[in-house]
Design a binder for this molecule. Structure first.
Ligand code: 13P
Length: 334
């Protein structure tokens, strides 16, 4: 796969007015989401839920790609059509979560490093044959007393860079996701500083590992106040701080940046993205790769009747995609 092909895929992922739906929850994470609405975490429920999401009529109007979990990439609709085929026919690029999740970083209590590099080359090869065209790896940076440590940031950046280089070798666009968690009572300035040092470290590591930025997408967390901070920054302040941080750390060669929602309300996630795009133009398209902020409302509807409510849940998925797609253009009406 040439760099031109990788770049083409990356650009399609951030096409104007489109973003990504992240439905790559691991079996443990989807259990938490299902538990919250009283749905039992069986393989069939996971399959039916992802079928509901992926077969949303006209989803491709506002959605360029979807990130799946290993199990989902191998599953089919009730009628026996592989999800990857459903997506291809809807013009939605299949992506795959390839990290194996965060584990405790030895020597640094309270901090984590993401695992999954062993055997990754062969897994990527298989994912490419199953139809995946991009991959995602999430690193988790925690803010707290004396945290994050430089060692934690460095270990995670190194893993992200090795993952990204392997993806490009195998013809997949790496989506690199260093998530600075919202948990904590820190203010927005602390989040800014941590996000800045994290992104500097990441782009240094990508450079050291010969990762071609033209074929890479950044999945970033926004610069926000900690969840438990007494003073919550408003929409304009979040938009301004996030932009300032990204502009001082992310090379313009990158084809695009997408945001995670990270526990923000649906409304906040959309409003923040919209506010940033109203302040444009920027060096890169800014769009979304939301998990919870794309799915929560639809999950609640679907959970009330897994069969009868499919169409209504899909309407909600489409509405969230449309709102976020408009926010990606700075045209959301609020
Ligand atoms: P949230 O938008 O729910 O944070 O999920 C995005 C994601 O893919 C986290 O890795």
């Amino acid at each position: 796969m040439s760099i031109d092909q990788l770049a083409e895929t990356a650009q399609a992922m951030v096409a104007a007015g489109k973003g990504i739906i992240a439905i790559d929850e691991s079996t443990n994470t989807i259990k938490k989401r299902f538990d919250s609405v009283g749905v039992e975490n069986t393989e069939e429920h996971r399959r039916a839920y992802r079928e509901m999401l992926l077969t949303t009529p006209n989803l491709g109007e506002h959605i360029s790609g979807a990130i799946l979990y290993d199990e989902t990439l191998r599953q089919k609709t009730r009628d026996g059509k592989p999800f990857s085929l459903v997506m291809a026919q809807a013009g939605i690029i299949p992506g795959i979560k390839v990290d194996k999740g965060p584990v405790a970083l030895a020597g640094f209590p309270g901090e984590v490093v993401t695992e999954g590099l062993d055997g990754l080359r062969d897994r990527l090869k298989e994912y490419a044959t199953l139809g995946a065209r991009f991959a995602k790896w999430r690193a988790v940076i925690t803010i707290g007393d004396d945290m994050p440590s430089g060692s934690c940031i460095e270990a995670n950046s190194h893993a992200l860079a090795r993952y990204a280089a392997l993806c490009q070798e195998q013809g997949l666009v790496p989506m690199v996701e260093p998530e600075v968690l919202m948990d904590g009572d820190h203010d927005i300035d602390v989040c800014y500083e941590v996000t800045e040092v994290t992104l500097r470290s990441l782009f240094g590591a990508l450079y050291e590992h010969n990762v071609m930025l033209e074929g890479t997408i950044l999945k970033a967390s926004m610069v926000v106040s900690g969840k438990d901070c007494a003073e919550q920054a408003g929409v304009e302040e979040v938009a301004e701080a996030t932009l300032r941080c990204l502009k001082s750390t992310v090379p313009a060669a990158l084809p695009g940046i997408v945001f995670l929602s990270g526990g923000q309300s649906d409304r906040d996630a959309t409003a923040h993205l919209d506010a940033m795009n109203r302040l444009g133009p920027h060096p890169w398209p800014l769009s979304f790769s939301y998990g919870r902020a794309m799915q929560s409302a639809a999950l609640k509807i679907w959970a009330k009747d897994l069969v009868a409510n499919v169409a209504e849940a899909q309407k909600m998925v489409h509405a969230r995609a449309r709102d976020n797609g408009l926010a990606a253009l700075g045209q959301w009406a609020g």
